[in-house]
Design a protein around this ligand. Structure first.
Ligand SMILES: O=C(O)CCC(=O)C(=O)O
Ligand SMILES: [Fe+2]
Length: 347
């Protein structure tokens, strides 16, 4: 008879499946992705993890399309638990993060927004390419001639997707038949970090964008609700939409596509209560495809910004400001009129 598993044993990798901490991995000399825009070199995944990612998804995706204009594919999970656990720890330790603040005009009033989570982004829109042989060179995607990044991307220098995220991008492209040129990462340090209801329907993603969204670490609820619609004429009853609540677990992936972004909003609400085996920390990775230069500027502005870099401190078990003499001090607009959390993601 099969042995009964305790709750603890579900989070303790099965020895037969502990392929990510093999002797081969431990003996491997680490390699790093480097670029002049990275605040520090970003470690590459081991050969064995890279190979495993290429063989995913662990389970085929299931469509969720039983409501008007809703078009999702839910991979539950895409990354098996033992691997998701390693990948969560790896990315939390190795990526640079930011706590972006910005000012927007809301109802004619300058409002200071503090993004309620850590973020980072890598990638370049469809009009340009990093040179395969030298990623410090950016090429025009059509002519393959060199462009001047200071002219084409004056506010933020684009960052190539580091190997540790690019391996997952390649796997996701193969599994979904979609193409992605951007990777956005959110880190929710605890239940008080969140993302408010919004849709990723920015014009620079083109019509009917496909967005692949991965969860690693603590489980959090992903809520979806239909955008408000005008009341139908001549007293007819408005269609009823049900709100969705998907308790996304480590390793899960949701592909949002078709008319979803144009018609539905999604959010990760704040959560109270106990933390779990991941200290309550959760990483979200989204792969997207930006079509025009404005998309690149927008993504860096709201996910990197001009403020300080944060990096995971494994002794303190929290994100700490990462100091370097090579980087200018934070550049945050002084004396904001009011401060509040993001209302909705700005375009
Ligand atoms: O954390 C998540 O699952 C959602 C993130 C998200 O919606 C976004 O970054 O646009
Ligand atoms: Fe989103």
């Amino acid at each position: 008879m099969a042995q009964k598993r305790t709750i603890h044993s579900f989070f303790t990798p099965d020895p037969k499946k502990q392929r990510t901490t093999t002797n081969a991995d431990q003996d491997e000399t680490p390699t790093y992705s480097t670029h002049n825009t990275y605040p520090f070199p970003i470690r590459d995944l081991s050969k064995s993890i890279t190979k495993e990612l290429a063989s995913l998804p662990a389970r085929p995706g299931k469509p969720i399309n039983d409501q008007p204009e809703l078009d999702l594919v839910y991979f539950e999970p895409y990354i098996p638990l033992y691997l998701a656990k390693d990948l969560f720890r790896f990315l939390r330790s190795e990526l640079p993060f930011y706590r972006v603040e910005y000012t927007i005009k809301r109802f004619g009033v300058e409002t200071h927004i503090r993004t309620p989570r850590y973020t980072t982004v890598f990638g370049l829109d469809h009009t340009s390419l990093f040179d395969d042989d030298d990623s410090s060179i950016i090429l025009d995607a059509k002519t393959h001639t060199r462009i001047n990044p200071a002219e084409a991307y004056p506010r933020y220098s684009p960052r190539p997707i580091p190997q540790c995220l690019d391996a997952l991008r390649k796997s996701t492209e193969a599994a979904t038949n979609c193409k992605f040129n951007f990777c956005l990462v959110n880190y929710y340090a605890s239940g008080s970090d969140s993302i408010s209801f919004h849709s990723d329907d920015e014009r620079f993603l083109g019509p009917e964008p496909a967005i692949a969204s991965f969860s690693l670490g603590a489980a959090r609820d992903f809520l979806m609700k239909h955008k408000p619609i005008p009341p139908p004429p001549d007293g007819r009853t408005a269609p009823a939409f049900k709100q969705l609540k998907l308790p996304l677990a480590s390793g899960d992936m949701i592909l949002m596509k078709g008319k979803t972004q144009a018609n539905w909003l999604h959010s990760i609400p704040k959560r109270t209560g106990k933390s779990n085996q991941y200290d309550g920390g959760r990483i979200n990775i989204t792969f997207r495809r930006a079509m025009v230069k404005g998309g690149t500027d927008n993504y860096y502005n709201y996910n990197v910004g001009k403020g300080p870099v944060f990096r995971w401190d494994d002794t303190a078990r929290e994100m700490k400001e990462w100091k370097t003499t090579a980087r200018p001090s934070p550049n945050i607009s002084p004396n904001p009129k009011s401060e509040q959390e993001e209302p909705e993601k700005a375009d």
